[in-house]
Design a protein around this ligand. Sequence first.
Ligand SMILES: NC(=O)c1ccc[n+]([C@@H]2O[C@H](COP(=O)([O-])OP(=O)(O)OC[C@H]3O[C@@H](n4cnc5c(N)ncnc54)[C@H](O)[C@@H]3O)[C@@H](O)[C@H]2O)c1
Length: 340
Amino acid sequence: MTKKTILITGGTGYIGSHTAVQLLEADYQVIMLDNLSNSKADVVQRVEKISGKKVSFIQGDIRDDQCLHQVFQNNPIDAVIHFAGLKAVGEGQSQPMRYYENNVSGSLSLFQAMQSFGVKTLLFSSSATVYGDDGVGKYHEQSALSPSNVYGQTKYMVEQILRDIQASDASWRVGILRYFNPVGAHPSGYIGEDPNGIPNNLMPYIAKVASGELTHLNVFGNDYPTPDGTGLRDYIHIQDLAAGHLESLRYMLEKNTSITVNLGTGQPHSVLELVHAFEQVTEQSVPYQITQRRAGDVAICYADPSLAKTLMGWQAKYNIQQMCADTWRWQTYSKTILKI
Ligand SMILES: NC(=O)c1ccc[n+]([C@@H]2O[C@H](COP(=O)([O-])OP(=O)(O)OC[C@H]3O[C@@H](n4cnc5c(N)ncnc54)[C@H](O)[C@@H]3O)[C@@H](O)[C@H]2O)c1
């Protein structure tokens, strides 16, 4: 049987690179397309080193129709996993046009190219930010959609475009995957989250405080209605998240169907729980200060992940201790050995 070829947009990014490794290990051919706006080209070699397999890399942009045309013309692509996008919530608020253009127009260009070349199997990186604040904090796939920021709007809009495409043409197989809070790194320490500048997300920030690159962590509010007063989130190990993509793809191809699923653990943890787990696992201290609540943050947000388990047998396996250990290995190891 010939190997299936998967195009990964945003392939050198955090989630794309971990998913690429698992696809290669499962004997798919992988083509990565990335404009390197938030990642580095040496990720390609790292992915090859972990998997022992070759990857095709194209430096290009999903908003470049000519580039997309060439990619689909020159490669026998069976399915696309679409990670490419901008993801910083605060940046989206201050640069809405850039976010709508990159995330929404870029996605539309990609879907048009797929349609022209008859490639109609797609997984899309959506986010828990599409859900509105329901005051409870546990979200299932039928929960009301009401994003509260520009970034979440871009995800909601692309989801809607995909729902309309499916409604107009039943031969499309679309997987809308709503991620909760991906953290951790590949256990090899070769790939992990490598944001440009000061991290926006909690775990990379904690890792940089522990390593001394940043002095302390700001904890935004300790007066939420939660056991320790800090916000509760659903942290999911990147390896579990990557596995969720493989299971979704397998399920969609086998059943010839579309899906919308949450990918989370269903276990909420507070900011301080994560900080203390990190300190315990790594034996490093993480100084923090309690500051004002941050606008737009909700008290509690975690997944009801039961649909993904019922449909395709996927569930998260890693706990927060493993998430911390793998983050720390990446934080420390990558600095010393990764001159490939
Ligand atoms: N990490 C999270 O917390 C999280 C949560 C929910 C959803 N998501 C979504 O998952 C996807 C992947 O996230 P990530 O954490 O791996 O982010 P990332 O920034 O590490 O990866 C995204 C990649 O896309 C590339 N890219 C951006 N715009 C592009 C364009 N126009 N053309 C080509 N490449 C482009 C970037 O260079 C980067 O390598 C994003 O769409 C993000 O919105 C992420």
